[in-house]
Design a protein around this ligand. Structure first.
Ligand code: COA
Length: 161
């Protein structure tokens, strides 16, 4: 049984991420969504909030587990006995960064393979920062995130007013 890891900051999880996760469940028996602490990105949601949102949204997918991590991805993948890392490729512009990430991870853990999946066309322009910006400025994010994320964004940004 191949265990795969889908790592990211998920600040917050979007419908684009969920689309990739559902695609991964069709290919692999066990999909671990690994939420990185990533303090360098100064996330808007705490690590605990990001994990809770993902767990709520993905709760019906029995093959999916949500975990958090704060160490090197290659080390964490080894500790979870994951052989594959899933990353989403939305556009050519993602490629340089993803190629670098995959190369470094291969150098650090040669047994790890990175597999790229592409999201449905309607999510190719989506990113967590675009969703945060639209929500912060009062735009409607219903088409891009699960209702629980929409509520969390409204609560988070109402504190700024
Ligand atoms: N749908 C919507 N958005 C998507 C997406 C999809 N299918 N796929 C990627 N994105 C967006 C994310 O929302 C994010 O947007 P943002 O920058 O606006 O927040 C962006 O694309 C890419 O971010 P994400 O997928 O969250 O990954 P990341 O680049 O924030 O984090 C890690 C990458 C966590 C895998 C990397 O930082 C890591 O491995 N960290 C651990 C430490 C480590 O090992 N470092 C060395 C790595 S070689």
């Amino acid at each position: 049984m191949v265990t795969v890891l889908y790592p990211g900051t998920f600040d917050p999880i979007t419908n684009g991420h969920t689309d990739i996760i559902v695609r991964a469940t069709k290919l692999f028996k066990r999909v671990i969504v690994a939420i990185a602490a990533n303090p360098g990105k100064s996330p808007v949601f705490s690590l605990e909030q990001r994990v809770r949102l993902a767990q709520t949204i993905l709760g019906d997918l029995t093959q999916v587990e949500v975990v958090q991590f704060s160490e090197l991805l290659s080390k964490f993948a080894r500790s979870m006995e994951a052989k594959v890392i899933i990353r989403g490729l939305r556009a050519v512009s993602d490629f340089d960064y993803e190629f670098q990430l995959a190369g470094m991870n291969r150098r650090l853990a040669p047994e790890l393979e990175t597999v790229f999946l592409t999201p449905a066309e309607q999510y190719t322009f989506l990113s967590s920062s675009v969703v945060r910006e639209v929500a912060a400025l009062g735009g409607d994010v219903s088409a891009f995130v699960h209702p629980v994320v929409k509520t969390a964004l409204s609560e988070r940004f109402s504190k700024n007013i």
